[in-house]
Design a protein around this ligand. Structure first.
Ligand SMILES: CC(C)(COP(=O)(O)OP(=O)(O)OC[C@H]1O[C@@H](n2cnc3c(N)ncnc32)[C@H](O)[C@@H]1OP(=O)(O)O)[C@@H](O)C(=O)NCCC(=O)NCCS
Length: 173
């Protein structure tokens, strides 16, 4: 099991105690995820959940993200890549939930958390085929955040805004 450590902070796999509630990022669906869905998703293989906290755990959860495998249609991501893609559905990694606590925003935690997620994707893609990393951005602010980390907005939908980062681009970063 991989646990990344960043200064006095750590990013580690979800534990039962993380699901007791108290996390708040201002988006109700994301605030509800840890207490209502995260543990069940972990147990059933729906998602892997990683949390950011201060070493020692006294801060509670400062941020979290989920990683899953899924497929997307070729047409969904073709505009984000220059090479041609097969006609069947394309395997990708999916960041289903991503949030930093309201009290911890704009301090670089999101950047570190997303860097950790992308590192795990690069590692995972060594063992399992995955063309890139896909997510749905919920707001203009989060879209700016993901753009700052190399994702590109794709498709015509805006709320949520689908975003994609090809593995080839990620490996070059
Ligand atoms: C979006 C979110 C994850 C960003 O996390 P964060 O820890 O505040 O972001 P960071 O401090 O690491 O910011 C990294 C860069 O992203 C961009 N960024 C972050 N927040 C931004 C905002 N509100 N508006 C515009 N750009 C933003 C900036 O380029 C920033 O770099 P800078 O601070 O040097 O200018 C966080 O605000 C959040 O959890 N929001 C509520 C939940 C949410 O929207 N989750 C995403 C769902 S898809």
């Amino acid at each position: 099991m991989v646990t990344g450590t960043i200064g006095p902070l750590q990013i580690r796999p979800l534990e039962r105690r993380d699901c007791k509630g108290g996390f708040s990022c201002g988006v109700p669906a994301l605030d509800a995820y840890l207490p209502n869905f995260a543990w069940q998703h972990e147990q059933r293989g729906i998602a892997r959940v990683y949390v950011l906290e201060r070493m020692g755990g006294e801060s509670g959860v400062l941020g979290f993200y989920t990683l899953s495998a899924r497929s997307v249609r070729k047409a969904d991501i073709q505009e984000a890549v220059t090479h041609s893609l097969p006609t069947f559905d394309i395997p990708v990694f999916y960041i289903g939930s991503f949030a930093v606590s309201s009290s911890a925003k704009r301090q670089g935690y999101g950047r570190q958390l997303l860097g950790d997620a992308l590192y795990r994707c690069v590692q995972g893609a060594e063992a399992v085929g995955a063309h890139g990393v896909y997510l749905d951005s919920l707001s203009d602010e989060s879209t700016s955040f993901y753009c700052s980390m190399g994702f590109v907005a794709i498709g015509s939908a805006k709320t949520p805004q689908p975003m994609y980062l090809p593995m080839t681009t990620l490996r070059m970063a």
